[in-house]
Ligand binder design. Structure first.
Ligand code: MG
Length: 165
């Protein structure tokens, strides 16, 4: 088995859409980035790549490449999932934590989980997304940005899928 950890943070700015886990969330600011700046999906990708010691998304999808301008991060995640499979692994589970003071993310968590699960080919029960504030502290607390951590477990594909809870 392999475990991986991913971390990402993006700045909140006016005039951008706020997209988390492929869900467009109504808010007066959105995340700044070369792609759609979906910080949750980026942390998931970095966890998957990290589990296989394959570097990070910056190495695979460089922000200097115009091909990734405004990219749908769920599409990029699909490519990372193919990479994982190509290496002989499948995803056991994902557990992500978003750090955001505002907006309130709870109403959108279910759709984020469904989106990530669909792209990863997992049941929603294998995809955990949580959100917390940092109680006004730090850059997330000041609403300067949103950050996300994710850990994942990869299993060799030769292990039966039904051994998974
Ligand atoms: Mg990012």
């Amino acid at each position: 088995m392999r475990i991986g950890h991913g971390y990402d943070a993006h700045r909140l700015v006016p005039g951008r859409a706020l997209i988390l886990g492929g869900v467009s969330i109504p808010h007066e600011k959105g995340l700044l980035g070369h792609s759609d700046a979906d910080v949750l999906t980026h942390a998931v990708m970095d966890a998957l790549l990290g589990a296989l010691a394959l570097g990070d998304i910056g190495a695979h999808f460089p922000d200097s490449d115009p091909a990734y301008a405004g990219a749908d991060s769920l599409c990029l995640l699909g490519r990372v999932v193919e990479l994982v499979s190509g290496r002989g692994y499948r995803i056991g589970n994902l557990d992500a934590t978003l750090l955001a003071q505002r907006p309130r993310l709870a109403p959108h968590i279910g759709q984020m989980r469904e989106n990530l699960a669909r792209v990863c080919g997992l049941p929603a029960g294998a995809v955990s997304v949580k959100a917390t504030t940092e109680e006004g502290m730090g850059f997330t607390g000041r609403e300067e940005g949103i950050a996300c951590h994710c850990v994942c477990l990869l299993l060799p594909k030769c292990l039966e899928a039904d051994t998974m809870v």
